[in-house]
Design a protein around this ligand. Structure first.
Ligand code: SF4
Length: 347
């Protein structure tokens, strides 16, 4: 049976034409799918009864189901484990920020990039998510916010499990779908895509003409250390990835963010701060320092506050735009992949 969740209006029109339904019906169905939360065709009360039964006999609405929800003690972060029809489960995080509700979506079930600090990669990658499965995470949380306090999703960070540029077409399809006014109507500037540095696709993304923000997971300021922390560096070097990020900034005129996980004694010394400042000198860029969220399966430790501040101040003194990510949800295993791993272990 064909799943229609994740289809754009034009695709819905084509599918409904097979059931001899006119174009305006597709708009109604889209509204039921993305705004009004219909779980079945029976819920779509403005469709003729006969059509509802006919559609239900051949089509499905593949919304994710909630498996687990964890709320942080301060109520600002909620983490969801959402499950699709085949039993695949992924994590989605909601962060209630002062500037609005931000969600972090997964694009693959697991990941095979092998980053040393990351729990998402411990079991490899099960599969790519479809457009509907990525969109399903956003629509699920948007519906929930609407019911809870009349809120909505304001910004989307594509930084959950998976390397989004390894699932390029579906991720771009997801961004375009959410932008549509019959879905969430989100401006492209409200999306941030984070990559470990898949260089050819970074160039391709720059040519899409979408003003989405790009962030590059750098995590080390030299080739040797980056290869140690991120195996992808052996395929696409740091130099190539930084050049591709600079090209993205140049073409889109959007500032690129460099994510840098601070790991005690490994990449948080003055030597690395100096190399990082040299690498980004003169670029339209900012650095986001992320003190590592300890993952028990990995023996990588969080630096002391003094070391974090020293690293930050070194960069500031060299006129690098730098922020330290505020901790959110450490009490609910908000680090990417931890909840899903627990789910896999419990299975
Ligand atoms: S940090 Fe991102 S790219 Fe690296 S293993 Fe984790 S999910 Fe994959």
């Amino acid at each position: 049976m064909k799943d229609i969740f994740g289809m754009r209006l034009e695709e819905l029109q084509q599918v409904l034409a097979e059931f001899r339904l006119p174009k305006f019906r597709a708009k109604q169905v889209a509204e039921w799918l993305y705004v009004r939360g219909a779980a079945s065709f029976e819920d779509m009360t403005n469709l003729p009864k006969g059509a509802r039964a006919e559609l239900a006999a051949s089509l499905i609405i593949g919304r994710p189901r909630l498996k687990t929800r964890l709320d942080s003690a301060d109520g600002r972060t909620s983490k969801f484990l959402l499950e699709f029809a085949d039993g695949t489960a992924v994590e989605t995080v909601l962060m209630r920020q002062p500037y609005g509700n931000s969600i972090c979506v997964s694009t693959q079930a697991g990941c095979n990039m092998g980053c040393a600090f990351c729990a998402s990669t411990l079991h490899g990658m099960a599969r790519n998510l479809t457009v509907g499965e990525i969109a399903g995470q956003a629509v699920y949380i948007n519906d929930m916010l609407k019911k809870e306090d009349g809120g909505k999703v304001d910004t989307v960070v594509i930084m959950g499990s998976g390397e989004p540029l390894m699932n390029y077409d579906n991720v771009l399809g997801f961004i375009r779908l959410l932008h549509e006014d019959y879905v969430l109507g989100l401006g492209y500037r409200n999306f941030t895509l984070s990559t470990s540095g898949i260089v050819p696709q970074m160039y391709r993304l720059a040519e899409e003409g979408l003003p989405i923000s790009l962030s590059l997971s750098l995590h080390a300021p030299n080739e040797e250390l980056r290869s140690q922390i991120m195996p992808i560096n052996r395929k696409y070097s740091m130099k190539e990835a930084v050049t591709a990020a600079a090209n993205y900034a140049e073409v889109t005129k959007r500032r690129v963010t460099y994510e840098y996980i601070l790991i005690d004694q490994l990449n948080d010394n003055e030597k690395e701060a100096e190399e990082l400042a040299g690498l980004l000198k003169g670029q339209l860029a900012s650095v986001n320092l992320i003190p590592i969220n300890p993952v028990k399966e990995r023996n990588l430790l969080r630096p002391s506050q003094a070391r974090i501040e020293a690293f930050e101040n070194y960069l500031k003194a060299r006129h690098i735009n730098v922020t330290v990510r505020k901790e959110m949800g450490t009490d609910i295993q908000a680090a990417c992949g931890q909840l899903r791993n627990k789910h896999l272990q419990d299975k």
